[in-house]
Design a protein around this ligand. Structure first.
Ligand code: DP6
Length: 359
């Protein structure tokens, strides 16, 4: 793994003050990342759709100061100082300072907001960390104007990964693979890459309606969750299966096989939860309404001859996936039937998006 490529050799410019704002997306995995080793190396390759509407917007103001041994920053979330988010960001800066030594020369003021409610149960670490990574890369580009766009994306994904694994998949879009896989050209354990093959048109603008079943705090933090895979009796088979599923998914995406897509995506979601059900300690992260929704989706699919399917994160919310061409039938079904199983009838319409945007 060539991590030395990300250590800057020369910084050409002297910059006293700079400010950058990035909007970066959330993503939803089709083949799941669950299990990692140090430092943030995934046990299997994963692939996700980048989302369009669920995003984080982050501004970082950099002002030059004496060089210190650790990063100096203040953090505001939706306008308010957030002490409780600081340890995660401090740990992130510690991890990346080898690759971004210039951050030690600046005081950083970070202002962040999400397009989705913070307590929605939607993971904000992917979009949150990728936004910070893009701001750091904007500063690096100012300090060293010769950097290519390709390098900036690659290193931003590399940095974001060190903050949160799935954040490595939140720089580009519409489909990103993270984790070395023999059939995905250019794939790597240390950064995400765009799915390198032509994707069938049925998967263009694919829809993702996020049903907010449980908006409470996460029952299992991702760190605890990933650690459960260390002593898990089914771990090795799961990692092997995920890599095989990525091979299958690659073919499905290229050929446009919706039925096979549905089968694989739902199986991945249920397997992720099966890993949690069968770990020790064990967790049930679905709620009764998660199961109600799944059954309603299956019934709708069978009776309406639809290509609707679901996936899950490490929580109770349901992501409803369907082709754009089915919006006219699926959206009323979501509004009239599935919304009843959501907390306060809340859901978010989203679709596949294209990645980080500089504002
Ligand atoms: C279930 O990326 O949140 O969403 O690397 O510890 O920050 P850390 O974990 P995180 O794990 C996400 C797991 C998942 C599946 C996925 O997105 O692939």
């Amino acid at each position: 793994m060539n991590t030395a490529q990300f250590i800057p050799k020369i910084l050409l410019e002297k910059i006293e003050k700079a400010s950058f704002t990035w909007q970066t997306p959330s993503n939803i995995a089709l083949v799941k990342y669950w299990g990692k080793s140090n430092p943030q190396i995934p046990k299997n390759a994963s692939i996700s759709f980048t989302l369009k509407n669920c995003h984080t917007i982050t501004t970082i103001d950099f002002s030059k100061k004496e060089t210190t041994e650790t990063a100096v920053f203040e953090l505001f979330f939706e306008g308010k100082e957030k002490e409780e988010f600081k340890p995660k960001i401090a740990a992130f800066f510690k991890r990346v300072q080898e690759y971004c030594p210039y951050i030690l020369e600046y005081k950083m003021s970070i202002n962040s907001e999400n397009s989705f409610p913070h307590s929605s149960g939607i993971a904000s670490s992917a979009s949150g960390l990728s936004a910070i990574a893009m701001c750091l890369m904007s500063l690096e580009q100012k300090l060293n104007p010769n950097l290519t766009q390709e390098f900036i994306h690659k290193k931003a994904s590399f940095l974001a990964r060190l903050g949160s694994g799935s954040a490595s998949r939140s720089i580009e879009g519409p489909l990103v693979v993270w984790g070395a896989h023999p059939e995905i050209a250019g794939s790597s354990d240390i950064f995400g890459v765009q799915f390198p093959y032509k994707v069938h048109s049925v998967f263009e603008n694919y829809q993702d309606a996020i049903l907010l079943v449980d908006k409470g705090e996460k029952q299992v933090s991702s760190t605890v969750g990933h650690n459960l895979m260390h002593a898990h009796p089914f771990a090795e088979n799961r990692f092997k299966q995920a890599n095989e599923n990525l091979s299958k998914m690659s073919k499905i995406l290229q050929e446009g096989d919706c039925k096979a897509f549905i089968n694989l995506v739902e199986s991945e979601a249920l397997t992720l939860h099966a890993m949690m059900l069968t770990s020790n300690p064990y967790f049930i992260l679905m709620k009764p309404n998660t199961l109600e929704i799944i059954h309603k989706i299956w019934e709708f699919r069978a009776t309406q001859n639809s290509n609707i399917c679901f996936t899950l994160d490490a929580g109770a919310n349901v992501h409803v996936l369907y082709p754009q061409s089915e919006q006219d039938t699926v959206n009323p079904f979501i509004e009239n039937v599935l919304a009843d199983y959501c907390q306060k009838k809340q859901y978010i319409y989203d679709s596949v998006g294209l990645g980080a945007k500089k504002l």
